[in-house]
Design a protein. Structure first.
Length: 537
């Protein structure tokens, strides 16, 4: 638990205290299941019907599922795919897998058969739990997965060697002795895509959740506080939905609202947040922008109960900070991390001032620095690579079946994020861009992040992505892909206005020499810009 009145106090008071044995499933469920009805999950389905689950409910259901999986040959160390949306069965499956000593393999329901096949094949998954909507994808690739021995389905489709999830649960026993696991024992594989090659399987230990807790508590203004209730519209197959929101909340015995219709509806999100008195919100900036641009006069139309809002993964922009303060009544806490080493930099407005444009300070418990190309700690304001020192509980164990990729990720005791940034005299980190996105133009090294931040302050810019494109004279030039706000005409006058804005606000050599206006920015479902699609343009 973080405690203190200032950032320096919180850092001084923090100590890691990892137990000798630790299991995520026991931590987020069994330790709170004392036979009472302490609320764990409020699930609102697509038809808006509500189900409530206590920690005791989750313990009994996950025990039954664990017994069923074990009875059908799933053993300690086996990989178990979970191809399900944000729903109770997903949470029950995760808890059961961890208590079995198995390794969870979350899979996005947005994946097609090829993406699923690669992950199940590479991990040699022995079992997969899915629903009737996604069962056809598994059946299409089943013959090419020799290690896959068990398929379990939620809903229709059972038979022909496919087990029914809820029948299996109902037939299982309530009693189950969780496998004794240590903090460093494997628990989870999350596949993360890079700029080249196939996705890498990021293998995490049970200590991942303990390592994430300082950042989670930091971003949510010293979580937990009385009355807290968490909501995230992110899919639980993403680390942002599960380990940045769901599991840290349950770790503290605090309830979670699960509501994720097929298409994000900002009005409906505000309705649910009001109805269930949501106090803590975890989102990506794109979702916040949709809420900001789609729902006017939020504070006049909805009763907002929020105490904390955190977002990360892309540039936030001053407009979002201002909107959050004015309409949501809370300061926006930015967060930074990546699948391999999550939640290591950010803000906690309760103990430190927000500095717009910065991504925050090192979260207590994590040693983060900017390293120069020689591997030394960079000077103040010198641009280098953001790196995290090991050992660190939140850091991944290795890339599954990929020792070369693992070795490339480290330089001595430092894990390289692949992100460029700088650190100022007050300890604030400033994101400059991905190392592989760095623009080399006319002898200048230009980070796209600062240009994007500057462009977002132009009155006509709704969304922007900056890339370097080849140029015969300068090597590369800065190109900006821009979605203009309604009411602004994408013409030469607007282009000139945008260029002058950057020249006047940032650096003359950093202005976008090429501008392409778009009606819509290509994005993933979590709001990350698909830069490869833009590069292809």
């Amino acid at each position: 638990m973080l405690n203190g009145q200032t950032y320096d106090e919180v850092c001084r008071n923090f100590r890691w205290n990892l137990p000798e044995t630790y299991n995520i499933g026991v931590d987020v469920c069994d330790k709170w299941a004392d036979g009472g009805k302490r609320l764990a999950l409020i699930y609102v389905g697509p038809d808006e019907t509500e189900q409530r689950f206590s920690f005791q409910d989750l313990k009994a259901l996950s025990n039954r599922l664990a017994n069923a999986l074990r009875a059908n040959g799933t053993e300690n160390g086996d990989r178990v795919g979970i191809l399900l949306p944000q729903c109770p069965e997903t949470l029950i499956s995760h808890i059961a897998v961890y208590k079995l000593g198995c390794i969870a393999l979350p899979l996005l329901t947005l994946f097609g058969p090829m993406a699923i096949e690669y992950r199940l094949q590479d991990s040699a998954a022995r079992a997969v739990i899915t629903n009737s909507e996604n069962l056809a994808k598994i059946m299409e690739i089943r013959d090419r997965l020799p290690d896959l021995k068990l398929i379990m389905v939620v809903g229709d489709g059972a038979g022909d060697g496919i087990m029914d999830f809820w029948k299996s649960v109902s037939n299982g026993k309530d009693d189950f002795d969780p496998v004794v696991t240590r903090p460093d024992d494997p628990a989870l594989i999350i596949y993360t895509s890079g700029t080249t090659g196939q996705p890498k399987g990021t293998l995490h230990a049970h200590r991942l959740l303990l390592g994430i807790m300082p950042g989670f508590e930091f971003y949510h203004n010293l979580f937990p506080q009385p009355g807290d209730l968490m909501y995230t519209p992110l899919d639980w197959a993403y680390i942002g939905g599960s380990y940045d929101a769901l599991f840290p909340t349950l770790h503290h015995g605090v309830p979670v609202l699960a509501f994720r219709p097929p298409k994000f509806d900002p009005e409906k999100a505000f309705t649910m947040m009001e109805k269930y008195a949501v106090r803590n919100l975890m989102v990506v900036p794109t979702v916040l922008r949709i809420m900001m641009n789609s729902v006017k006069n939020v504070k006049d139309r909805y009763k907002v109960h929020l105490r904390s809002v955190t977002a990360g993964g892309e540039t936030l922009g001053e407009e979002l900070y201002q909107w959050s303060r004015e309409q949501l009544g809370v300061e926006l806490n930015e967060q930074y991390g990546q699948t391999e080493c999550d939640l290591v930099i950010g803000f906690c407005c309760r103990v430190m001032p927000i500095v717009h444009g910065a991504i925050g300070k090192a979260v207590p418990g994590h040693h983060v620095e900017i390293l120069n190309p020689e591997g030394e700690i960079a000077a103040t304001h010198e641009v280098g690579e953001i790196c995290v020192k090991r050992p660190d509980p939140v850091m991944f164990l290795n890339y599954w079946n990929n020792p070369e990729g693992t070795a490339e990720k480290f330089s001595g005791q430092w894990m390289k994020t692949g992100d460029l940034g700088r650190k100022d005299e007050n300890g604030y980190f400033w994101f400059t861009g991905r190392a592989d996105d760095l623009i080399e133009s006319g002898g200048y090294r230009i980070g796209p992040g600062e240009i994007e931040e500057c462009l977002m302050k132009h009155e006509a810019v709704a969304l922007v992505c900056v890339l370097g494109v080849p140029d015969p004279v300068r090597g590369q030039i800065v190109k900006a892909f821009i979605v203009p706000k309604p009411g602004f005409t994408p013409d030469e006058m607007l282009e000139e206005s945008i260029r002058n804005h950057v020249k006047g606000k940032l650096e003359a050599h950093a202005y976008p020499r090429a501008i392409q206006f778009l009606e819509e920015m290509p994005m993933t479902k979590t709001g990350k810009i698909l830069k490869n699609k833009l590069k292809a343009m």
